[in-house]
Ligand binder design. Structure first.
Ligand SMILES: Nc1ncnc2c1ncn2[C@@H]1O[C@H](COP(=O)(O)OP(=O)(O)O)[C@@H](O)[C@H]1O
Ligand SMILES: O=C(O)[C@H](O)[C@@H](O)[C@H](O)[C@H](O)COP(=O)(O)O
Length: 174
């Protein structure tokens, strides 16, 4: 990369954040952070029981993710984060510095449900998808973001992303 980028792969449960995020980090040779790993146990317990998180559950979690982003900004190193970042106010916590780009993956509820139900060893029940979709606020015009069709293969998503990122933000290709 010419200039270190902070890529935040966002969207509802099952859209492919972790899969694309890990693939991007590997291709770019930068660190990958799985946002779910930073949830307090109370949040995991809540979601496991099919109870949607509220702002007060998410804000401390988002603040801890912002700390990771802030460290990378200070050190001038790139990173990829997978994080639902469903609402504008949540992304305002994560940050909008010029080197932060939100990659929003879009998928319909039927496909999401199929993906979440097929996933094993994961705490998130498909019953929470409706509330996730209800909470989702797509990135607004003043947010640096790219919205992608999550039905595309990972290799296509990566290429589409590298094609649309400015050369100064991410000067590499898949
Ligand atoms: N682009 C894709 N095409 C097909 N399947 C995908 C794609 N991205 C992810 N998946 C699959 O969908 C499921 C959910 O993906 P995951 O990355 O865990 O989503 P999230 O992190 O957003 O919850 C996984 O089983 C994953 O293998
Ligand atoms: O803000 C939230 O409600 C959670 O972060 C949620 O969006 C996230 O999706 C879960 O942690 C499940 O994890 P997956 O996104 O990996 O399914």
């Amino acid at each position: 990369m010419d200039k270190p980028s902070i890529l935040v792969v966002m969207g509802v449960s099952g859209c492919g954040k972790s899969t694309l995020g890990a693939a991007l980090a590997e291709t770019l040779g930068i660190a990958f952070f799985e946002g779910d790993e930073f949830h307090p146990q109370a949040n995991i317990d809540k979601m496991s029981k099919g109870i949607p998180l509220q702002d007060e559950d998410r804000i401390p979690w988002l603040n801890s993710l912002r700390e990771i982003i802030a460290t990378h900004l200070q050190q001038n190193t790139g990173m990829v984060l997978s994080c639902s970042a469903l609402k504008r106010s949540y992304r305002d916590i994560l940050g909008h510095e010029p080197s932060i780009t939100y990659i929003c993956l879009i998928l319909n509820q039927h496909s999401l449900s199929n993906r979440v139900m097929a996933r094993t060893n994961h705490f998130m029940p498909s019953s929470l998808l409706a509330s996730q979709l209800q909470a989702l606020e797509l990135p607004q015009e003043d947010e640096q973001s790219i919205t992608l069709d999550a039905t595309l293969p990972i290799s296509t998503l990566k290429q589409a992303l590298f094609d649309s990122l400015k050369p100064t933000a991410c000067g590499t290709s898949a």
